[in-house]
Design a protein around this ligand. Structure first.
Ligand code: ADP
Length: 624
């Protein structure tokens, strides 16, 4: 037997792992199972490609067993490629990956204390020292006669000596320490295997003793007779649906997988399966739930995408795997290139992850677009649930804005249901300069706005933007396909409906506007003559930089400091009421009537008069 010292960096690494990963010590099992699976992968590959090992036949399996009494041990056995003496030395006595070694060397003492940094490299095998006071590896390399035993207490040295093993593969025996004893039982192991390794491609068997007590039969002490039965049960489902060739997967299987994995009783609306090869190798399988997740609008929503690395489950609690606005998407991202021990902080800055993420967003949005074009019925269902988060995307995902503009839908003054900006544009009149919309209120209030009526009369369609975020979002869009979007309840849209004739009239009627402005004092910013109103004496509009009435109310509700925004009053000089003001010289009368006209216009926007008693008094006075 020879005793050898670990390379110094291994000693460092062991120390680092044991002290920084402690809160998460259960991951050791995931690491060992993943190693076993890799070893089987390697042998499978060689049995197909290597001259010496060609047609080597074996049925891949991983076996896990434990002893519950006396010295507690946990054993993970595989029939993969195995290791010979040199391999054991190289792989378990030094840090195998040169990248890891360089990385470790680059860390300062300060950084070594940072448990997040350790996530940058695979800690792998050594993590088992968190739960074991001694590790014994018995291994025999495929195609070789001799087996070897590697053993260490994880302090500073290890030993290697000849051993016996009847077939190729490795057996890892952990002699558990106090911290590890909790893992030497059927339930913990079953849970951990299911949690982390359910999708490992090879069967993982757990050996355990099932104890029965038979009340009919008594033992010599008169107690129920105890019998034990030795069981070997496969724990993982070994499915990893997303890794199978797409053509081999039935629609039903996709749906079943969704319902089982994401706890939904309904079929998804649709799913998108991608297998990317090349520089960045990964698979994604995304599902769109039929109904929006109940917590979609909670700040503490649960993210719907699970991250795997080489079929090994990593996390389902990372909100950054997809952008926030796609939080309704359910599914899986499985990367071949990330380290198993990747941490959240690392993920955020990881280039591999960033490229998977941006490709996934493009893929999802592209698919939504295809469905919008080819399957309007399905798209309508999709929009009914997810229009609003897509609008958030318009605001937050500048890079994909053009696609998102094709995806969002709005209510309209001239069509039933939802319309797209593209449809709107195709219906625009020849002389129409902008896409008109009105926002900042409930749908029925916006629809009955006199401004909408004025545009309709001229044959212009108006988008009714009644989602609470439209106000904020639409203002940032600017234009769609080179056509500007214009809010008709803002000053800037005023000129669009004016003809030369209108302009002349405006000049002529200026005096009545001034009269009213004087009468209303600082209740208004200005009073302007309108040519767009037909049936109504007046409407309130907003200055180009003013928040909508709805927004003002919202900000007040949230306790924000909202400077008083004075409305602009747009009056219809053809209306009888305005004509009365025009003709009158009675200042009291002008004041009362102007006030009622303003309050009435505000009422139409859903705003209560600021002085209801005054409003009522003025109205009574006028009526009598
Ligand atoms: P990693 O798996 O990230 O390379 P580990 O420390 O877990 O790092 O393992 C180091 C090396 O030891 C592996 O790359 C592999 O070559 C070898 N090894 C570990 N476990 C096994 C096993 N069960 N069978 C064969 N080789 C193994």
């Amino acid at each position: 037997m020879s005793s050898r010292k670990f390379k110094t960096e291994v000693a460092d690494l062991l120390h680092l792992i044991i002290h920084s990963l402690y809160s998460n010590k259960e991951i050791f099992l995931r690491e060992l199972i993943s190693n076993a699976s890799d070893a089987i992968d390697k042998l499978k590959y060689l049995s197909l490609t290597d001259e010496k090992l060609k047609n080597y036949s074996f049925s891949p399996r991983i076996d896990i067993s434990f002893t519950e009494d006396g010295t507690r041990t946990l054993t993970i056995k595989d029939n993969g490629i195995g290791m010979n003496e040199d391999d054991l030395n190289d792989n378990l006595g030094t840090i195998a990956s040169s990248g890891t070694r360089k990385f470790l060397a680059s860390l300062s003492d300060e950084q070594k204390k940072d448990s997040n940094l350790i996530g940058q490299f695979g800690v792998g095998f050594y993590s088992a020292f968190m739960v074991a006071k001694r590790i014994t590896v018995i291994s025999r390399k495929a195609g070789e006669e001799n087996a070897w035993k590697w053993e260490s207490d994880g302090e500073s040295s290890y030993s290697i000596e000849p051993a016996e093993r009847s077939e190729q593969g490795s057996t890892i025996i952990l002699t558990l320490n106090e911290e590890g004893e909790e893992f030497a039982n059927r339930w913990s192991l079953e849970n951990l295997i299911k949690k982390y390794s359910d999708n490992i491609a090879y069967p993982i068997y757990l050996e355990y003793d099932q104890v029965h007590y038979d009340n009919e039969k008594k033992d010599e002490n008169g107690n129920a007779l105890k019998t034990t039965e030795h069981k070997v049960e496969q724990i993982n489902s070994a499915s990893a649906l997303w890794k199978r060739p797409k053509s081999s997967i039935k629609d039903e299987e996709y749906k079943e997988f969704y319902k089982n994995s994401f706890y939904d009783s309904e079929d998804p609306l649709f799913y998108i399966h991608t297998q990317a090869e090349g520089a960045n190798e990964y698979a994604t399988l995304f599902y769109i739930p039929a109904k929006a997740p109940f917590d979609m609008y909670y700040a503490d929503y649960r993210p719907g995408v699970k991250l795997y690395v080489k079929r090994v489950y990593i996390t389902d609690d990372d909100k950054d795997l997809l952008p926030t606005y796609l939080r309704f998407v359910r599914g899986i991202i499985d990367s071949e290139d990330l380290p198993l021990n990747v941490s959240r902080e690392i993920l955020q800055e990881n280039r591999v992850m960033a490229s998977i993420r941006s490709a996934s967003v493009k893929k999802l949005l592209g698919e939504f677009r295809k469905i919008a074009e080819n399957n309007p019925e399905l798209y309508a269902k999709f929009i009914a649930e997810y229009n609003r988060p897509l609008k958030e995307g318009l605001y937050s995902d500048y890079a994909n804005r053009d696609t998102l503009l094709e995806l969002v839908r709005y209510k309209s003054s001239s069509e039933e249901g939802y319309v797209s900006l593209k449809e709107y544009k195709s219906r625009m009149k020849e002389d129409q300069k902008a896409i008109y919309y009105i926002s900042g209120g409930k749908e029925d209030v916006l629809r009955t706005s006199p401004l909408v009526a004025a545009y309709r009369e001229k044959g212009y369609e108006v988008l009714i933007m009644c989602d609470d975020i439209d106000d904020i979002v639409t203002a940032t869009i600017g234009e769609y396909d080179k056509t500007p979007l214009k809010a008709i309840n803002k000053q800037g849209a005023l000129d669009d409906l004016k003809s030369e004739e209108d302009k002349a009239k405006e000049e002529e009627k200026k005096p009545v506007a001034e009269k009213m402005k004087k009468a209303l004092g600082d209740r208004v910013k200005d009073v302007v003559i309108s040519s767009r109103l037909s049936d109504t004496p007046a409407a309130v509009i907003l200055g180009d930089d003013d928040p909508s009435v709805q927004m003002q109310r919202l900000m007040k509700q949230m306790g924000g400091d909202m400077p008083e925004v004075r409305p602009l009053l747009e009056i219809n000089p053809d209306s009888a009421v305005i004509a009365r003001i025009e003709k009158s010289d009675d200042e009291d009368f002008i004041k009362a009537l102007s006030g009622v006209v303003l309050d009435q216009a505000l009422l139409q926007e859903g705003v209560m008069p600021s002085d209801p008693a005054g409003f009522a008094a003025a109205l009574t006075k006028l009526l009598s």
